[in-house]
Design a protein around this ligand. Structure first.
Ligand SMILES: [Zn+2]
Length: 424
């Protein structure tokens, strides 16, 4: 079915235009041009949907539960938080994974995210033995995304050592066999793509990194890994391998244009140079990194090298794409002691750079998936050319009226309805 939407305004990274029609056919944008005939969307601004590039959906169950000190652990940090997260992960079943993921994905849609990259590492029964279907939990995540109506890039995550028994596969061969099966099973599911990931250089040895990197490159798959999130991770990598995490990834053939480094919080200049050289990307998760006390990514160094940036809500302490983007610039301002820090080449505002990180594109373009977000009319009294900046710096997910995925309204168009019905 072909239809043309005519909102009051169509947004891109640089401003807003009126009297523009967005024509959709078979889930894709086919035309964006001046139009007078079509379905009016009165009082809303239409923008690309936000891409949530890093999620552990089940961790939403920790929201509010970990914001106090436990007397036995007066020093609370990433590592003590991780013990609480492990306790949650150990109690999951296929049914609760599906239910928790669905709630999380519905909340994402209500905040303007239209696609999510799920970094999925809880694979087996609590004692480590596989389920009858070894991909039972991964498939529960897929079904949850389909229940919610969100686009999903599912990343089965390799985990070789440490963590919980249920995270680990016996060998990289066994892991890749599961990935093969999952890719075959997901074919013909229009909202689902399967990529691949390694958890971290802590959890995955060099031999596995080499095999997984090779597997992804042969098949042009998106390839993700957590790296440089913690100082301790870097110290352990130096003592095991004599190099820093991103240097190890470069040596192992893990870096390329389809590779995304999650966090890169403590990446040094040499590591950023390597990412730029290989065309790899960085995904920042500022609300989670702030909540865990991890630190703040080297945003100016990433921008200066032209490294592609995306954002993720990661642990879901908060789900709000506007807040993730704002945090990147406002943290950079706090550190630099000045304003308008993250300026792309020949740009006078950080807004285009930030929105590009959130949307993965500059605006609604022919050929793109029809994944869209309608923004609250209350912002329509801002001067159109200032509207993108008003969104990034002066708005939040409450301004999202409705999302479209694959050319259709997301089923749950009632913002906030599931926000606090958390839990498993
Ligand atoms: Zn993560």
């Amino acid at each position: 079915m072909r239809r043309t939407l005519i909102p009051d305004l169509v947004l891109d990274t640089y401003g807003a235009r009126s009297s523009v029609g967005v024509t959709i056919e078979d889930g894709r944008i086919v035309e964006v041009r001046p139009a007078t005939q079509g379905e009016r969307l009165p009082g809303v601004a239409l923008a690309p949907g936000f891409v949530n590039d890093h999620s552990h959906a089940f961790q939403r169950g920790l929201r509010g539960a970990v914001e106090r000190i436990v007397p036995s652990r007066p020093h609370d940090d990433f590592w003590t938080w991780r013990e609480r997260m492990y306790a949650l992960a150990n109690g999951l079943s296929p049914d609760t994974v599906r239910e928790a993921s669905r709630r999380c994905f519905e909340e994402m849609l209500s905040t303007g995210y239209t696609s999510v990259t799920e970094f999925h590492y809880v694979h087996h029964r609590p004692d480590g033995t596989p389920y009858e279907d070894p991909n039972a939990l991964a498939k529960a995540v897929v079904l949850a995304a389909e229940d919610a109506g969100i686009r999903l890039l599912l990343l089965p995550v390799a985990y070789a050592r440490g963590g919980l028994p249920r995270f680990r596969d016996a060998s990289v061969r066994a892991f890749l066999r599961r990935v093969d099966d999952l890719r075959a099973w997901s074919e013909g599911r229009p909202l689902v793509e399967v990529g691949i990931a390694a958890h971290s250089v802590r959890a995955v040895p060099r031999g596995w990194l080499e095999e997984i990197g090779g597997y992804a490159k042969e098949r042009d798959l998106p390839l993700h890994i957590h790296a440089d999130e913690q100082q301790r991770e870097i110290e352990e990598c130096l003592s095991e391998h004599g190099v820093r995490p991103v240097e190890l990834l470069a040596q192992a053939g893990f870096l390329g244009p389809d590779t995304t480094i999650i966090h890169a919080t403590h990446a040094g200049d040499g590591e950023l140079d390597l990412l730029a050289e290989h065309g790899a990307s960085v995904c920042a998760c500022p609300t989670t990194e702030g909540n865990l006390g991890d630190g703040f990514l080297p945003a100016e160094g990433i921008l200066a090298r032209g490294i592609r940036l995306s954002v993720g809500s990661d642990s879901h302490v908060r789900i709000d794409p506007f807040e993730e983007l704002r945090e990147i610039e406002t943290n950079a301002r706090r550190l630099a002691g000045r304003r308008n820090v993250l300026l792309g080449e020949n740009e006078t505002s950080p807004t285009p750079y930030l929105l590009r990180a959130g949307w993965g594109r500059d605006g609604i373009e022919p050929g793109d998936a029809a994944d869209l977000v309608e923004i609250d009319p209350a912002l329509a009294d801002v001067e159109p050319r200032n509207l993108p900046s008003a969104l990034v710096f002066g708005a939040g997910a409450g301004g999202v009226v409705r999302t479209w995925v694959d050319g259709r309204h997301a089923p749950d168009d009632n913002p906030g309805s599931s926000t606090f019905s958390a839990g498993l």
